[in-house]
Structure formats: C-alpha cells, structure tokens
Design a binder for this molecule. Structure first.
Ligand SMILES: NC(=O)C1=CN([C@@H]2O[C@H](COP(=O)(O)OP(=O)(O)OC[C@H]3O[C@@H](n4cnc5c(N)ncnc54)[C@H](OP(=O)(O)O)[C@@H]3O)[C@@H](O)[C@H]2O)[C@@H](O)CC1
Ligand SMILES: Nc1ncnc2c1ncn2[C@@H]1O[C@H](COP(=O)(O)OP(=O)(O)O)[C@@H](O)[C@H]1O
Ligand SMILES: [K+]
Length: 504
C-alpha cells in the first residue's frame, strides 16, 4: 500500500472532487459516515461522547459525526475550540446543519470551560488534522493536554491533534489517542515508532477517494501488504531437490554466545534453505551439532571467537555474518577477509555491523548484494545520531543509495531502504519480539531466503514480513510476554502456510 504525504492527500481530495465529481462537503459526509459506522460497530456509542472540534475541515468532520450520531439517537456533547476566526466553508455548513439537531454545543475560550472527563467517557478528537502547520501552543496545547491526561478513551479523527503528517512532533504537545481513524492510506507519521504511543491503534477507513489518483501517483514509501508478499513468494516445484534451495553459510557465535548461532541456524533451516554450514569458534561445535543436527559445522581456528573465514567460499549461495560474534580484532580481520573474498549475497547483522562502525574502512568493501540489518542503536553507531525517526528514515534511504545496499532498520514497523530509492514499512510484528535473539532469527531467515535465490530486496521484504508474522502467531498463542526468540522460528511454519494459502 502506498504511503502518501499531506500534499498528496490534499491532491487526492481535489482530484476526487474534480473527477468523480463530488463536492467537498459530500466527501466530508463520507468521511464522517465511515467514522460514525466504526463507532457504532465498535460499540463506543454506549458511552457518553464528547466531540472536540477545531474550525478547519478536521473540525467539520467532527461536527458531521456529531449530527450522524444524534440521528442514531446517540447523545453527544460538542465543544468548538474558538479561535475568533471564521471556520472553513464545510465547517460552517456542518455547524448550521448541527444546530437543527442539538443545542449542546460549547465554545471553548478558556481553561475554565474545559469539561471534566470521566473513565467511561469517549472523546472524539477532531481539533486538527493534516492542516497542522506549526506546533501547538497556548490554550489549544492546554486543551490537548487536558484531554490526554484524562481517563477518557480518545479517538482521533485522521490524526491525533498536534501530529505532523510528514515530520516529527517529538518535544511538541500531541494528543494521546487510544485509536486513530484515518482515511484510505497510511501516512508516514502513523508508522514511525516515536508516534506509536500517540496514535494508539490505527484503523484505515475507506471513503471512496478516486482510484485513478492512487494508481498513477508515485509514493516514496510503501507499507508491505499481502499483494506485494504474494508477488515475491515463490512456491516450491513438486520435483525440486535440495540443490535447488541453495547452500547457506552462517558465521556466528563466540564463547558464551553460541546461543545466537543456534537461533540463527534454526531459523535459516526453517526458512527453506537446502543446506546450511555454520562457521563458529571451536567452543561452539558440540552445542551446535547437538541443538541443530541438520546443520554442518566448520570450526574456526580459534577456540573462543572467529578469526578466519572457511575454506572454499565459492560453495555457498549466500552468507550471513554477525549473530554473537563479538568485537575482537581478529574477528574484524575475518570480516575484512570475508568481504574481500566473498561476492555472493550477504547479510550483515549485530557485531558485524558494530565492527563496520569501528573500522569505517570496511564499508568500502560492501558489495551490491548486501543487506545490513541494524537496530536503532547499531544504526546510530554506523551512520551517526539522528534527531528523530523521520530523520533516521531519511538517512537510511540516503545510505542505501550511497552504499548500494539494502538497509533494514529494525523496530516497530521495521523500515527497509533499497538502493533504487524504494522503501517499505513492515506491517507485521509486535512488542513481544522485543526479546533477546529476535534479530538473530531474522539474520537466519534472510540468509536462507538469499540462498534460495531471492534477490536482496525480495529477501528483505519477504523475510521481515514472515519474521513479524511468525511473531504475531507466537504472541496470539503464547502472549507477548512469554514468547521467546526461539518461538519465532517455531511459528515460522504457520507464517509460510499463511503465504501459500493466500498465494492460490
Ligand atoms: N481525504 C481526506 O483525507 C479527507 C480529509 N478530511 C478532513 O480534512 C482535514 C484537513 O482539513 P484542513 O486542511 O482544513 O486542516 P485542519 O487540520 O482542520 O486545520 C485547519 C487549520 O488549523 C490551523 N492551524 C494549523 N496549525 C495550528 C496550530 N498549531 N494551532 C492552531 N491552529 C492551527 C490553520 O489555520 P490558521 O490558524 O493558520 O489560520 C489550518 O488551516 C483532514 O485531516 C480530515 O480530517 C475530510 O473532511 C474529507 C476527506
Ligand atoms: N515493538 C516491536 N514491534 C514489532 N517488532 C519488534 C518490536 N520490538 C522488536 N521487534 C523486532 O524484533 C527484532 C529485534 O531485533 P534486535 O534488536 O536485533 O534483537 P536481538 O539483538 O536481541 O537479536 C527486530 O526484527 C525488530 O523489528
Ligand atoms: K484530529
């Protein structure tokens, strides 16, 4: 699904108005109807509803929702944040219409007029949406804080008030919503981790914006959905043999961190790879061969950490390096040798990335078939500090092009930046995956997919999606608290099954 900017959404409105054709007032009515139906379906209409409106079109949506709820005999109280200026045309028209249904409309001009909100109250935040052009201040900031700090359930229309569509609102005042009802497509602000606590659960409602605009408009970023995953996933041929699915090499583990090697090995095997060889310090051979009998093990010359590369690198279709390898000087040397000698698709994770940030000259050895999988801290070590998630995403896109690599910025809605400038947010995964070893599992999956012949962009998209989907299955059955990284591998099968079911 394409992710649109505030400007593109405005243009989509205008395009729909001109080409459907439809009036802007009718479009607002559709948006309000979709929100009202959602409120009715979710049974929020059994509680008292307080609707807070600004005087732009977001406020117009709020007034139309108030009228539609009153028609359904749902009692509402309406508050209008009074700016002294005339409202937008559609706001004014909806205010006239609302006067036919209620007199319970209050104009807020001071903190004394703010209502006390109770535990069972529902608040509709229709103060400001995509028209926000400066941080909130003064009485409006006070009102937003008053609502956010109350025990009421807050449902934001389009965006939580105070949230910018295309840039950070970190440090500024923003409504803390429990749910956000947005229209047609995601906006970047609804996907970045720093805004997650303000958006709450995001629900996209269809309002019939013209499909031709969506189809013909280029988007810099997309949200992964079943359609893109279906287009990437390749079903196995009935007569296939293990030679068809590649031989992967994973360089992982050090003394005390053989577990990371085991986690990535198991995940690699469960991602469908034909053969797997592990290269690990000699201390890892017994635990690895015991825990993962399906994998072959080639031991390093060193007992406790990696110091060399395996012989005959040409045997391998894809290579993964990083889980649990530690930061010894000799390991840095092994990484350098690997980057010099191996030209097949490669995943670099964890300490392999930390070694790249310590020895900057190694980055020059990265080739075009590399996937880097930093979490935000590793990203900062590699590419420097960024002030917020929007800047980190921009930098990831810059660096993916500069280094000609795929960069997977892991986290909530993992972000994948590709060298050709395309970029993807993941739609699967949950906070139960914030547990030791989840990243090692991802490295195994990505290496396994590369070995099977998926290119770096395909492997990153498919692997990140499957990893998150396995996490969602694990959380549904085990809880976010009790699931562990190993469970991601255990549920990978269910994730693959879902793909083959949707791929018919
Ligand atoms: N396709 C869709 O998605 C559809 C969208 N629709 C809806 O339209 C909404 C966008 O409406 P909109 O353009 O009128 O903007 P909105 O957010 O109401 O702001 C209005 C005014 O607020 C002001 N202002 C700005 N910042 C401020 C601040 N910090 N503090 C105080 N004031 C501030 C500024 O005016 P100023 O004060 O600068 O004169 C600005 O012009 C959208 O979010 C959705 O809900 C549907 O109706 C139909 C389909
Ligand atoms: N809140 C979250 N929502 C979705 N996915 C998450 C969340 N927290 C962590 N993850 C996922 O879990 C994995 C954690 O990786 P990483 O930080 O490298 O862990 P580790 O170093 O313990 O292996 C990443 O793939 C990340 O996207
Ligand atoms: K809002």
């Amino acid at each position: 699904m394409k992710i649109f900017t505030a400007g593109q959404i405005r243009n989509w409105d205008a395009y729909t108005i001109a080409n459907e054709p439809i009036t802007s007032l009718q479009l607002m009515e559709r948006a309000a109807t979709a929100c009202t139906n959602w409120l009715l379906e979710q049974r929020f209409t059994q509680q008292h509803i307080h609707i807070f409106c600004g005087k732009g079109n977001n406020g117009g949506d709020g007034l139309a929702i108030a009228r539609l709820l009153l028609i359904q005999a749902v009692p509402v109280t309406v508050y209008i944040f009074e700016t002294g200026k005339k409202g937008s045309n559609d706001f004014q028209r909806n205010l006239e219409l609302l006067h036919n249904h209620t007199t319970d409309i209050h104009f807020l001009q001071s903190t004394d007029a703010f209502p006390t909100l109770q535990q069972n109250d529902v608040v509709i935040d229709a103060l400001l949406g995509t028209g926000l052009d400066r941080p909130l201040e003064g009485l409006l900031a006070d009102l937003v804080q008053h609502i956010s700090n109350s025990p009421a359930t807050v449902i934001a229309i389009d965006l939580p008030t105070g949230m910018f569509t295309d840039k950070s609102c970190k440090e500024a005042v923003c409504m803390r919503a429990d749910h956000t009802l947005s229209f047609e497509v995601y906006k970047q602000c609804l996907l970045v981790a720093e805004n997650a606590e303000y958006c709450g659960n995001v629900h996209l409602l269809a309002i019939g914006l013209h499909p031709a605009y969506y189809e013909t408009t280029l988007a810099a970023q997309q949200l992964m959905d079943a359609a893109i995953i279906r287009s990437i996933y390749k079903k196995r041929k009935a007569a296939a043999h293990k030679g068809n699915f590649g031989h992967a090499l994973l360089l992982a583990g050090s003394y005390g961190k053989t577990g990371a090697a085991i986690l990535s090995a198991k995940a690699c095997l469960r991602s469908g790879v034909g053969l797997l060889t592990m290269h690990t310090p000699t201390c890892g051979i017994i635990p690895l061969q015991t825990a993962v009998p399906e994998a072959m093990v080639e031991t390093d010359a060193n007992e406790k950490y990696l110091s060399n590369t395996p012989a005959d690198l040409l045997r391998y279709a894809a290579i993964g390096i990083g889980p649990g390898i530690d930061l010894h000087e000799e390991t840095a040397n092994a990484l350098m040798l690997l980057l010099q000698q191996a030209h097949q698709p490669m995943v670099l994770d964890a300490d392999a990335l930390n070694l790249l940030s310590i020895k900057k000259e190694l980055s020059a050895l990265l080739h075009t078939d590399c996937i880097l999988t930093p979490h935000p801290k590793e990203f900062e070590r590699l590419f420097g500090k960024t002030a917020n998630d929007f800047e980190r995403i921009e930098k990831a896109q810059e660096k993916a092009t500069e280094l000609n690599c795929v960069i997977v910025v892991k986290g909530h809605h993992t972000f994948i930046a590709c060298p050709d400038g395309t970029a993807w947010f993941n739609s699967t995964g949950n906070a139960g995956m914030a547990t030791a070893g989840s990243g090692d599992v991802l490295t195994g999956i990505l290496t396994g997919l590369l070995a099977q012949g998926y290119n770096t962009t395909e492997a990153a998209i498919l692997g990140v999606y499957l990893h998150g989907l396995a996490g969602d299955f694990a959380a549904a059955e085990l809880s976010q608290e009790a699931m562990t990284a190993g469970d991601l591998t255990r549920y990978l099968g269910k994730a693959f099954l879902q793909l083959s079911l949707t791929n018919r």
